[in-house]
Design a protein around this ligand. Structure first.
Ligand SMILES: *Cc1c(COP(=O)(O)O)cnc(C)c1O
Length: 387
């Protein structure tokens, strides 16, 4: 059976070149980067070279990069680290209603610890208004965290503008760049951010490794305590192979970025145009233009995202939904609710995310089968019958 992966926003396969670059660090170059002998020094050199590469790709300085275990750790580090470093200065944090759980959960935990958190809402496209952020600022605000692009609906936020506001007020500004790094051009200075999270497995690198960019002078409390790796900012033996893989991955992404944006963007636009032509009563979620080049998200009325997902899976097509009926909660995605969808429409959402190995013929196959799947499911849907 044909197998078509359209879930690159969930994770990406490793690029073969990334895998090749990592391989020696499992065998002959296995040293602990903290060791003084040649094994250790070889690993240390590889890590420092990787730091240099990543910094260069972000417009940062190497000493502003801390390697972590991924996006979740970087987000937790940024929130907790800044909150506890500045708790004497203030206890107010601003974030948004559409962040990844790696931000909302630590934010809610900080609320329990006595911090005040404002979750700023978004418009129907999922856009955060810089004006709303500005209005939420109090003299106790110490941190603002707004994701650069949303993982479900792909909307890209006006980060530079929000960063300018934060800078003027002397407030630390973090962005979750897990969906953007490697996919669109990023420069931490143009974005006016003090902290930025990224994760290798979202841009063709390995799982379990990421980084937090921390602008020089930003006050942040150590999150993972232990040895003095990463200048005492993040303990634990370095994941040398992972870090080497991350650097190789970002390097490849930068090389291919222009053509990937063009190619994936064209396929995205084709899906956005043709899905409503082929299927009645669908709604595009996210911003029509300010969105990731590889993200498409539709609500398909009267049926459940999970049923569509499972039917597509039987045809060899993998995508994703914001409906969560089989997970522990019956609540649909907080992101879809935040853009104003009712529960029923939110439960019928389908995310299609494209990547390096998506072919035009994959989209042909998808567009051929999706309408048939929807028609079949609607035929047995009690919601559709009642209409
Ligand atoms: C995937 C993702 C994360 C979590 O990253 P991990 O490396 O999987 O921990 C955080 N934020 C966003 C926006 C993501 O898409």
């Amino acid at each position: 059976m044909k197998k078509i992966y359209l879930d690159y926003a969930a994770t990406t396969p490793c690029d073969p070149e990334v895998f090749k670059a990592m391989e020696p660090y499992f065998y002959e170059k296995f040293g602990n980067a903290s060791s003084l002998h040649s094994y250790g020094q070889e690993a240390k050199k590889a890590i420092e070279d990787s730091r240099e590469t990543l910094a260069q790709c972000l417009g940062a300085k190497p000493e502003e990069i801390v390697f972590t275990s991924g996006g979740t750790e970087s987000d937790n580090f940024a929130l907790n680290g800044v909150a506890y470093a500045l708790e004497k200065k203030g206890n107010h944090i601003i974030t948004t209603a559409i962040e990844h759980h790696a931000i909302t959960e630590p934010a809610k935990f900080l609320e329990k610890k006595g911090f005040k958190v404002t979750f700023v809402g978004v418009d129907k496209f999922g856009l955060v208004s810089p004006e709303d952020i500005k209005n939420a600022i109090t003299d106790k605000t110490i941190l603002i965290s707004v994701m650069q692009a949303n993982n479900e609906i792909g909307t890209i936020q006006p980060i530079a503008e929000i960063g300018k506001i934060a800078k003027e007020k002397g407030i630390s500004f973090h962005t979750d760049g897990v969906q953007t790094v490697g996919h669109i051009p990023i420069n931490v200075n143009e974005l006016n951010v003090d902290l930025l999270s990224l994760s290798a497995h979202k841009f063709y690198g390995p799982k379990g490794v990421g980084a937090l960019y921390i602008r020089k002078g930003t006050r942040i409390e150590t999150f993972l305590r232990g040895g003095d790796q990463e200048k005492g900012k993040r303990a634990s033996t370095h994941n040398t192979s992972g870090i080497v893989g991350l650097a190789k991955a970002i390097e490849l992404c930068n090389k291919k970025m222009d053509s990937e944006i063009k190619f994936q963007g064209a396929l995205r636009d084709r899906l956005i145009k043709e899905i409503p032509e082929k299927i009645p009563e669908v709604r595009l979620n996210g911003h029509p233009t300010k969105r990731l080049p590889n993200n498409v998200n539709f609500s398909i009325k009267y049926i459940e995202g999970e049923s569509i997902l499972l039917s597509l899976d039987l045809l060899g097509i993998a995508c994703s939904t914001g409906s969560a009926c089989t997970s522990s909660s019956l609540e649909p995605s907080h992101v879809l609710l935040a853009i104003g969808l009712n529960h029923e429409t939110a439960h019928g959402s389908l995310r299609i995310s494209l990547g390096r190995w998506t072919k035009e013929s994959d989209i042909d196959y998808f567009l051929e089968h999706l309408p048939k799947v929807v028609e079949k499911l609607r035929a047995i849907s009690p919601l559709y019958e009642k209409k």
